[in-house]
Design a protein around this ligand. Structure first.
Ligand code: ADP
Ligand code: ZN
Length: 731
C-alpha cells in the first residue's frame, strides 16, 4: 500500500470504483488536490460513478487523455485500516474489490451535500402582543437554554399549533435556521449506574476489561446459558470501550434486534445507539454511515453488514449468538460476519466478544487451542434454573394418523394452561404441509423452476416454493393425472400444527410465530412483545423463536420433531440440532418458574439426542470434534464450495468436468476435488446447478489455489460460477 497521503491537483491517482472492473482506473487529482482514501466522483464513459482514491496512478498511457476526478465528496476519507480490511476480505472470499467497495458504501446519497432542515431557537425580537400560546413557546425555549427544536418538537412541547411558532418567527421572537439533517448521535454515558452484577458476572467483566486495557487485539468466547447475563456482561465491556474513547459495534442476528434490546441499551447508557439493519430508512442509513465515520456515533447495533461501516476508532465488536447461521452471507459476497469481525479487529487492534449459549464448534475449537480466551457464565441469573429436559419416546405413544402432538405432550400442555403458564410447540417448518401428494397417481407437487416441492401455505391460500418464492393457487385437480379431489397434505408444518392445537385445546389462545406470517419485521416484533406480555397460552413457532426473546410466562417447550435436522447431508447437522434444541429449550423458565423441555423423538438413544438431554456440552463437543478431525473437515480442514449454474444442464456439467480434470493447482497444495455432482437442489429459478467441493488440509492456501484453478476458465453466455469459502450450507 502506498505511503503517499496527499495528491496535488493534476497528479495521477488510481481510483477504485464500485463498477465491475478488474482494476483501478487512473484520474487526475481535482482542483485542491485530494487525500489518499478520499471518496470521489469520477467520470466513466458518460456516467459519474463513486470511487475511492486507492494510491498513485499506474500511468503507462497518454497523460493528456487522463480525465479529472469530478469532485471529492464531503465525507471522511476511507482509512488505511478499512482499505486493508476490504483487501483482505476480498482475498479471503475471492471477491473482486469493486464488490467489496459496494458492500462498504451501502448508504445512498453518500455524495450528496448534507441535507438541511429547519430548526428553531430563541430570537431577540419582541412579539407585538402576547397570548398564552406564545408565552408557552417562549417558555419552552427559555427552559431548554440554547437548545434548538424542530417545528414539530417545539409545537408539541408547548402544546400549540405550528402556526403559533411561525407567527413568532415573523416577529423575530423565534429564530429559524438551517441545520444539517444528519445530526450526531446523542452522547452515551458509560458511567451511569449499571445493574449490580453477580460474582460470576463481575469476574467475567473483570477479565474482559483486562483484555480491553491491554490495548491489543484479542477474542473472547463468552459462553453462558440463556439468561445467565451475557448481555449484561458485554454491555459492561461496551461501557469500558466508551470510557476509553473508542467505538463499539454489537452485531445481532437481524431478528434479535428488538425494541426490548434497544431499551436495555438505553437504560444502561442513557440514550439510544445508532442502528444499522435492513429496516432502517435510507436517511437513517446515511446518518449512521456518516456519523460512524466522523466519530459521532459511539455505539452501533446492527446486522452483519454493519461490520463494513467506516468506524473511526473501533475498540470492540460483540457478535451475539455467534453460532447463528445468519451471520454467513450467501449471496453476493460470501462472507462470515463472525470470522470477518475477528479479522477486522485484528487489523485495527480491537477486542472481539463472541457470545453464545451454544457456540459453534469453530469457536469452541479456537478456545480449546488457546487462540481465543474463554469466559463462562455457568448459572442463570436469579432464581431462574435451566429447564428439565426429557425425551418423549414416540415409538411408545399412541398417535392418531395425521396428528403430531403426543398424548404425553398434550397432558403437559394442559397442565400449563390450567396454571396460567405458556407453552411453546416448536417445529422448524414453515407452511401447512411440506408435501402435497396426489393420492391417485402419487405425484408430489413441485416448483416449475426449482428442484423442490411446493409447500402448502393455507394462511396465504397458496402453494409456495421455499427456494425461489414462487407461489401458485392450490389446484383442485392433480396437475399430473388430472384427477380431482385427491390432493392431500403430507407431514406437518407450523400452520398444520396450529390447526391440531386448536382442536386439541379449544379453550386456549394460540399464537403462531413464523417469519412468513407477518408483513414486516416490525409487525413480527410487535407480536413477540404481545406474547411476552402473556397474550397467548400456546405459542407455535419455527426457528425464529429460538433467538433471544424473553417470554417470562413460558414454562414448557415441546419439540415436535427432534429428529428432523439430525440426518441432513450437512456436516454440521449434529451441531445444528444440538444448538437449536438447547436454544429452544432455553426459552422455558426464564423468570421465577422452573421450565421443562420435552423432545418428541423416535431415537432417544441417538448420541446427539442423548447429549442434548444430558446437557453434557463438553462431551458433545469433544465427540463432534473428534469426528470432524478424523474426517479432516472444518474446523480441522478447509473447504470451499463451488456452484456452477446455467440454463442448460449439459454445458454446466462440461465446465464442472473440465474443472475436475484440471485440478493441478489444488493437488499442489494437497487438496482434493469432489464432484461435479448435481447440487442437492439441482435447479433454482430455472437454472441448473452443479457443485464441486474442495477439501484441503488445515493451513493450506486454498484461496490462492482456487484462484489459479478458475483463472483460465472462460464462462460463456449465461454460465455462472460462485465460490464459497468455508461454506455453511450445501444446498
Ligand atoms: P443472556 O444474554 O445470557 O441471555 P441476559 O443478559 O439477557 O442473559 O439476562 C437475562 C435476564 O436477567 C435479563 O432480563 C437481565 O436483565 C437479567 N439480569 C441478568 N443479570 C442481572 C443482574 N446482575 N442484575 C439484574 N438483572 C440481571
Ligand atoms: Zn421454485
Amino acid at each position: 500500500m502506498s505511503t503517499q497521503e496527499y495528491f496535488d491537483q493534476g497528479e495521477l491517482v488510481a481510483v477504485l470504483t464500485t463498477q465491475p472492473l478488474d482494476r483501478t482506473l487512473d484520474y487526475k487529482a481535482p482542483e485542491g488536490g485530494c487525500f489518499l482514501g478520499a471518496f470521489v466522483e469520477v467520470p466513466l464513459g458518460p456516467r459519474k460513478v463513486l470511487g475511492v482514491v486507492w494510491g498513485p496512478g499506474q500511468g503507462g498511457f497518454d497523460l493528456n487523455k487522463a480525465r479529472s476526478i469530478i469532485r471529492v465528496l464531503e465525507v471522511a476519507p476511507m482509512r488505511e485500516e478499512m482499505r486493508l480490511f476490504l483487501g483482505k476480505v476480498a482475498d479471503y472470499t475471492l471477491t473482486p474489490m469493486p464488490a467489496m467497495l459496494r458492500l462498504a458504501t451501502r448508504a445512498p446519497g453518500l455524495g450528496d451535500p448534507p441535507s438541511m432542515r429547519k430548526i428553531y431557537r430563541l430570537g431577540t425580537g419582541e412579539p407585538d402582543r402576547m397570548t398564552d400560546a406564545r408565552t408557552r413557546v417562549l417558555e419552552v425555549l427559555r427552559d431548554y437554554g440554547g437548545l434548538a427544536f424542530t417545528l414539530k418538537e417545539l409545537a408539541e412541547q408547548a402544546g400549540v399549533t405550528s402556526s403559533v411558532v411561525k407567527g413568532l418567527v415573523k416577529q423575530g421572537a423565534v429564530r429559524e435556521e438551517d441545520s444539517p439533517r444528519d445530526l450526531p448521535y446523542p452522547h452515551l454515558d458509560p458511567d451511569l449506574p449499571g445493574k449490580a452484577l453477580t460474582k460470576d458476572q463481575a469476574a467475567a467483566v473483570q477479565k474482559l476489561h483486562e483484555g480491553q486495557r491491554s490495548g491489543e487485539y484479542g477474542t473472547t468466547l463468552l459462553k453462558g446459558v440463556t439468561g445467565s447475563g451475557k448481555t449484561e456482561v458485554y454491555l459492561e465491556a461496551v461501557a469500558e470501550a466508551l470510557r476509553m474513547g473508542k467505538q463499539a459495534l454489537v452485531l445481532l442476528p437481524e431478528i434479535a434486534l428488538t425494541a426490548e434490546f434497544l431499551t436495555r441499551v438505553e437504560a444502561r447508557f442513557g440514550a439510544r445507539p445508532a442502528e444499522w439493519h435492513s429496516g432502517a430508512t435510507m436517511t437513517e442509513r446515511r446518518r449512521v454511515w456518516r456519523m460512524v465515520g466522523q466519530g459521532d456515533a459511539q455505539m452501533v447495533i446492527g446486522a452483519r453488514s454493519a461490520l463494513f461501516l467506516p468506524f473511526r476508532n473501533l475498540g470492540l465488536v460483540v457478535v451475539d449468538e455467534e453460532h447463528d447461521t445468519s451471520y454467513k452471507q450467501e449471496d453476493g459476497v460470501h462472507y462470515s460476519a463472525r470470522d470477518m469481525a475477528v479479522l477486522r479487529s485484528a487489523i485495527c487492534g480491537a477486542r472481539v466478544i463472541l457470545a453464545s449459549a451454544t457456540p459453534s464448534l469453530e469457536s469452541w475449537a479456537n478456545a480449546e487451542a488457546g487462540k481465543y480466551e474463554r469466559v463462562d457464565l455457568t448459572s442463570r441469573f436469579g432464581a431462574a434454573v435451566l429447564p428439565e429436559m426429557k425425551p418423549i419416546d414416540m415409538r411408545a405413544e399412541q398417535m392418531q394418523p395425521g396428528t403430531w402432538i403426543s398424548p404425553s405432550l398434550r397432558q403437559a400442555v394442559r397442565q400449563r394452561i390450567e396454571r396460567g403458564e405458556q407453552s411453546l410447540l416448536f417445529i422448524n417448518r414453515r407452511g401447512y404441509a411440506p408435501v402435497t401428494l396426489c393420492r391417485a397417481c402419487g405425484e408430489q407437487i413441485a416448483c416449475d423452476h426449482c428442484d423442490a416441492r411446493m409447500v402448502e401455505h393455507r394462511f396465504l391460500k397458496r402453494l409456495m416454493c421455499h427456494q425461489c418464492g414462487e407461489t401458485k393457487p392450490m389446484p383442485e385437480e392433480c396437475p399430473s393425472c388430472g384427477v380431482e379431489g385427491k390432493l392431500a397434505p403430507v407431514g406437518p408444518g407450523i400452520e398444520r400444527l396450529a390447526e391440531e392445537a386448536e382442536t386439541t385445546f379449544p379453550e386456549a389462545k394460540i399464537a403462531m410465530l413464523s417469519s412468513d406470517l407477518f408483513g414486516s419485521a416490525r409487525a413480527l416484533k410487535a407480536k413477540i412483545e404481545e406474547i411476552a406480555q402473556g397474550d397467548a397460552d400456546i405459542i407455535i413457532g419455527t426457528q425464529l423463536v429460538a433467538k433471544g426473546h424473553n417470554f417470562p410466562k413460558l414454562t414448557l417447550v415441546g419439540v415436535i420433531d427432534a429428529d428432523l435436522s439430525l440426518h441432513g447431508a450437512d456436516l454440521r447437522a449434529a451441531e445444528r440440532t444440538f444448538q437449536l434444541m438447547r436454544q429452544v429449550a432455553g426459552r422455558a423458565g426464564r423468570a421465577d418458574k422452573p421450565g421443562q423441555a420435552l423432545l418428541q423423538t423416535f431415537q432417544p438413544e441417538h448420541p446427539v439426542i442423548r447429549a442434548i438431554l444430558s446437557g453434557d456440552e463438553e462431551g458433545f463437543w469433544k465427540a463432534e470434534a473428534a469426528g470432524r478431525q478424523a474426517a479432516g473437515v472444518p474446523p480441522y480442514g478447509r473447504m470451499a464450495g463451488i456452484v456452477l449454474s446455467g440454463p442448460e444442464v449439459g454445458p454446466v456439467f462440461d465446465i464442472g468436468n473440465a474443472m475436475a480434470r484440471n485440478d493441478a493447482p489444488l493437488r499442489d497444495i494437497g487438496a482434493q476435488v469432489f464432484g461435479p455432482a448435481p447440487a442437492p437442489i439441482a435447479r433454482i429459478r430455472g437454472r441448473h446447478r452443479v457443485r464441486l467441493l474442495v477439501k484441503a488440509p488445515k493451513g493450506a492456501p486454498i484461496q490462492d489455489a482456487i484462484a489459479r484453478w478458475i483463472a483460465p476458465l472462460r464462462l460463456k453466455g449465461d454460465l455462472r460460477l460462485t465460490v464459497d469459502i468455508d461454506p455453511q450450507s450445501f444446498y
